[in-house]
Design a protein. Structure first.
Length: 202
């Protein structure tokens, strides 16, 4: 199986992030008031709406749901934490701007304690699961390298040593024939790419 569902990964992450944001809001409300009665009434219905709108706008601007195949987990988690901090300040700014002050600060604080915890756990599980899936040869991308040399060999080594990133190396292309080392000449690459569904060229 190749990368048939890769185009849906961003959407899956985006939707799950939004679900966790709303779940965190609900849990925080329950903790703060020991009931869910009133959560869909003023002012909390408005606050929940602003929270979702700011997340939606910032998500499309910053695209925190996009995860590179080769990004380190620590980098991904730092990015999402920074994004959540920006979103918290954005929500607070909106509430102050519209003079929406009749709400529980405790509930908002608890929301943004729970949300980072949930999203970090979710992202870690998701990333590790995808990488294990790719390690077994699924959701891969076919790659070729133009030119042959030390750097090209390092790329090949990287692909071989990190199957969890989901790259399938198909060969080198170089106009200087090196028997047994290259797949073909550069002018043969276009035909090879069509035949073998090459996704990336380095």
């Amino acid at each position: 199986m190749q990368h048939r569902f890769s185009k849906y990964l961003d959407l899956i992450v985006f939707i799950m992030d939004a679900v966790l944001l709303n779940l965190s809001f609900v849990i925080a409300y329950k903790i703060s008031f020991d009931t869910l009665s009133g959560i869909v009434e003023y002012p909390y219905s408005n606050i929940l709406l602003f929270t979702n709108l700011t997340w939606l706008i910032l998500a499309f601007l910053g695209k925190p749901f996009r995860i590179s195949r080769i990004s380190k987990l620590s980098e991904i988690l730092r990015t999402i934490v920074r994004f959540i901090v920006v979103q918290l300040f954005s929500v607070s700014a909106v509430l102050v701007f519209i003079n929406q002050l009749s709400y529980s600060r405790e509930q908002l604080i608890i929301t943004y304690i729970i949300f980072p915890l949930l999203i970090l756990i979710w992202r870690a599980i998701f990333i590790y699961s995808i990488r294990i899936y790719r390690k077994f040869g699924y959701n891969y991308r076919n790659v070729v390298v133009i030119g042959y040399g030390d750097i090209a060999e390092e790329l090949k080594k990287f692909f071989r040593l990190h199957p969890e990133f989901g790259f399938r190396f198909l060969g080198f292309f170089d106009s200087n024939i090196k028997d047994g080392l290259i797949e073909g000449r550069i002018h043969e690459l276009a035909k090879f790419a069509r035949t073998n569904r090459v996704d990336e060229i380095y």
